[in-house]
Design a protein around this ligand. Sequence first.
Ligand code: FES
Ligand code: MG
Length: 575
Amino acid sequence: MSGQAGSLRSAEWYAGNDRNAYIHRAWMRRGLPAHAFDGRPHIAIANTASDLTPCNAHLDEVAESVKQGVYEAGGIPLNLPVVSLGETLVRPTAMLWRNMAAMAIEEMLRANPIDGVVLLGGCDKTIPALLMGAASVDLPAVVIPGGPMLTGTFRGQPLGCGTDVWRLSEEVRAGTLSQDDFIRSESSMIRSRGHCNTMGTASTMGLVAEALGMVIPGVAGTPAPDSRLLESSHQTGRLAVEMVQAGRTPSSVLGRGSFLNAIVALAAIGGSTNAVVHLLAIAGRLGVDLRQDDFDSTGADVPLLVDLQPAGRFLMEDFHRAGGLLAVLREVQDLLDPDALTVTGEPLVGYLADAQIWDREVIRVRAEPLQPKAGIAVLYGNLAPDGAVIKPAAASEHLLQHRGRAMVFDSIEDLHARIDDPDLDVDADSVLVLRGCGPKGYPGMPEVANMPLPTKLLEQGVRDMVRICDGRMSGTAYGTVVLHVTPEAAAGGPLARLRTGDVVVLDVPNRVLAVDVDDDVLAAREPDAATADAFAAPARGWERLYVQHVTGADTGADLDFLQGSSGQQVSRESH
Ligand code: FES
Ligand code: MG
């Protein structure tokens, strides 16, 4: 692994005896011996550890295990802290910063003397941002998902992070749980290091990254405190060195088949709808032809095999114990592209022969699915000319074909101000509509689509209503919620011209989302001043850049100028 000075990218900085090579080496000699610069691979560890991203706070320990593996394989590991995004804290929504994180990661991977990268993520946006950035640089890259936290319990019952916060807070509003007990449950919610333990976006994106082929098969879903995560991290460090030697870049691993495999996995695990925008954005960086419709055509008929919250009962610790992703994929192996590769150089399907289900309650066999059709449905109509998505598996059966009068809210503030008004003109058949929450409108496309139900209806026992929004929904939420309506209201979509009282038609079996108003009448309407006033108009900074350049949810809500790859070359020296 030595004596090849000049052959690797890092050697463009370190090889030779001129003044610049001297500078590059000298400043790095803080414990690194001379042979660190003899041409061996330099592996960055793109590390989203941050005290303000509590789900990723343990990744520094993971990085130490990666380092050992890199050293053992003859490489040089280099910790590279990158922009981190904590879902629960960052305002106005972590999604506003996903593209910023991806851009910063891309630029720092390209700008530095590295030959490959290990990507450490966890909390919702972190793995998508890492994959987007790495794809646009196209250096050998491998993901280690930081893993879910262990199951916390409250009064003997398991608590699912996220999902049970929604459930318990609705119980308080419905008067079936006291405020004191609600607060008491708080200290039980987060039992350990790791990300949310439901099948929310973080769990989904870790598993989806593995289905894409970007994780050592079998690693995703390993709980964060599990010793096997550190063992896998050591192995991943070794693999990163091997990947550099093999020239195994993201563009050589990820093809259309990889994304279709990810869609199959997403459906079978009952994963988060957020994976739609993230996968579209990652594919956009690679130039892979992936469309929102592929989620419906490839995923809609895939059976739901995993009984996890929010759609089901169990949590990620149970999922891992029951056999994890490979056990699920074995059940749907016939739906997978057999040629799609993984970071190891072997096809994904090559890892399925030994996979077993150890608990058939948590992971179902194909013949006994939780639901026969689990994937995401893409709806079209005069309310969503470019599409909208719904996860039927998380919806109420009786609402999947529904007509109802719209109650329209122009912003999340408008909704909060009026939703509990006893005079609000809504009943159980009403359709709640929240607009101005798309990528441009908010900005950042917040997870507000699972609007709280009016208290007066909760008190009547109503537990679900049709809700429609151009924003996203938390992966830990549930309900009959139509999301990602495109074009969004702030981009001139017809949602901006919907009026309270219009009759909205939702027909999921026939893939329709429409308003019962003639198209020419709808087109001739002007949005109200209050509607337009609610759209964001940032004056400077990232938000301004974002609003000017963000694309619709149907193409991943990336910035238009970040789609594609700039490759790994940097042409100019810094001195
Ligand atoms: Fe980080 Fe849920 S808040 S994964
Ligand atoms: Mg989330």
